[in-house]
Design a protein around this ligand. Structure first.
Ligand code: NAP
Length: 472
């Protein structure tokens, strides 16, 4: 893919970039390694002060970075600003909590025949971050904030269609005070990823992206024995049971499907509705989907802007055509408009069958599949019946059913009577083809730590045990 800013609302190419040359990539890896050594000598408090400064810059420049995101990938300006604010919150969260997350964890010394035993969390070095365009700030910051707080450094290979946001991010951390090289952007295409992973100075990789990219990066990482965290696609179920508040479920379903113009990994994509409430839900949902305002993403009244890329729009269009061609019924939307830019309307499709692409593939646009089931077991079987396992939603006011869904839904998260979202405080990630590893919370921070066992016999205890190597 060419590295370029193309306005999805018009299809106009605004700016193109030459890829970072190989020699400069090598130099950047060297700087990342030096910055890692420099961070080794800093305290958690110092790194926290820099991350707090990054949060302040995000807050101060929300309008500017928000407009840039909207221009590069088409999300509404309101959503872009909210994303910048969420990034600031996550930076402050890690600045405030990293000392606790990195503090030594005592173990049962007597049980292991030691005078003292504990776990210490230490940084590992430069980490390659391969990131997608859909939340171009948030996906990066949710990796970068804990990684930098732990004392790691980051090399960002962002999606090729958000180069200016990528460059802004590298500047952000540098302007906030982190040493040169602590967080850098490489404008490279996906072919360069394996060469970067092969470099012994690069210790690990994190990818947020598609299943295909996950397979490719995991295979390359395997060749060089590098740790990976993979946050991949999803086709989250949204189950509605007879006891649910159907109006509330339909309202939330509309947001859950269409936020970010329908391009969210944790968007609800398959709406699995009990037959007792199917007609009521289908009507309420369809009315709400039809009422969404599609238009200029910078306009405050717009709910849904364009899709980010022409290829993405064509994929969604192809999935709907495939379903309709095999007998699926469109309740609203379903026709690609004839206008410049990559537009697709909010759409609800029902009467789906397993032969249709929509049944098993992720639909990355504002298109909902609506399924009818007649029992709890059928709902769970269908909900779990894809290769993905990112998030899952269930609507029921029956406490016993809530408890069963929490256990039975095979996903990295289950949200009952709500929609899947991410919080700095909660771990985030998937199972099965949605990837592995976790981001956010203390668990996310520790993914890129050396979780070191320290065992001390009667010879004496090391100085500082219990205080945390990188705490004050
Ligand atoms: P994508 O095509 O996989 O791209 C993601 C990143 O991977 C980009 O930087 C891309 O670079 C790079 N890439 C693609 N193929 C690669 C390969 N073979 N080797 C190395 N790097 C490669 O995904 P996308 O279309 O940008 O994003 C949408 C996907 O991301 C959806 O499946 C969505 O569900 C998933 N996603 C998951 C999460 C999560 O947290 N689980 C969050 C957001 C999105 P180029 O741009 O240069 O191709």
């Amino acid at each position: 893919m060419p590295i370029a800013t193309v306005n999805p609302a018009t299809g106009e190419v605004l700016k193109t970039f030459d890829p970072t040359p190989d020699g400069e990539v090598d130099a950047a890896i060297g700087r990342a390694d030096e910055a890692y050594r420099a961070l080794w000598d800093t305290t958690v408090a110092q790194r926290g002060a820099w991350l707090t400064a990054a949060a302040d810059l995000l807050d101060a420049e929300t309008e500017q970075i928000g407009r840039l995101m909207t221009t590069e990938m088409g999300k509404t300006l309101a959503a872009a600003k909210a994303e910048a604010a969420k990034c600031a919150t996550a930076c402050r969260y890690y600045a405030a909590n990293a000392a606790d997350f990195l503090a030594d964890t005592p173990a049962d010394a007597a049980a292991v025949g030691a005078r003292q035993a504990f776990v210490r969390y230490q940084p590992i070095g430069p980490v390659l971050a391969v990131m997608p365009w859909n939340f171009p700030l948030w996906q990066v910051v949710r990796f970068a904030a804990p990684a930098l707080m732990a004392g790691n450094t980051g090399l960002l290979k962002h999606a090729s269609n958000v180069p200016q946001t990528a460059l802004w991010l590298a500047e952000l951390f540098h302007r906030a005070g982190f040493p040169a090289g602590a967080f850098q952007t490489l404008l490279v295409d996906s072919d360069a990823v394996e060469r970067i992973l092969a470099d012994p100075r690069v210790r690990a990789a994190t990818l947020t992206g598609s299943e295909g990219a996950g397979r490719s990066i995991a295979a390359a990482a395997g060749r060089y024995l590098k740790k990976t965290v993979l946050e991949l696609g999803g086709s989250d179920p949204f189950v509605v049971m007879p006891s649910a508040d159907v109006a509330a479920a339909a309202e939330v379903a509309t947001t859950a499907r269409c936020q970010n113009n329908g391009q969210s990994c944790i968007a609800a994509k398959r709406f699995i509705v009990h037959t007792d409430v199917f007609d009521a839900f289908a009507e309420a949902f369809t009315v709400r989907m039809a009422a969404l305002q599609v238009g200029d993403p910078t306009d405050a009244g717009t709910d849904v802007g364009p899709l980010a890329t022409e290829r993405g729009r064509d994929d969604v269009d192809g999935q709907v055509r495939d379903a309709v061609g095999q007998g699926a019924r469109v309740l609203v939307g379903g026709a690609r408009p004839d206008r410049a830019g990559w537009w697709y309307p909010p759409t609800v499709v029902t009467d789906l069958t397993p032969a249709m692409r929509m049944w098993s593939e992720e639909v990355f646009g504002p298109v909902a599949g609506l399924y009818r089931v007649s029992s709890y077991d059928e709902a769970v079987e269908l909900a779990n019946g894809t290769s993905f396992g990112l998030g899952a939603n269930a609507w029921t006011r029956d406490p016993a059913e809530q408890e069963r869904f929490a256990t039975d839904l095979d996903a990295g998260s289950v949200f009952i009577n709500g929609m899947t979202t991410s919080y700095p405080q909660l771990p985030f990630g998937g199972v099965r083809n949605s990837g592995y590893g976790r981001e956010l919370s203390a668990l996310g921070m520790r993914e890129f730590c050396n979780i070191k066992t320290v065992w001390v016999g009667e010879g004496g205890a090391p100085a500082g045990a219990g205080a945390g190597a990188h705490a004050e």
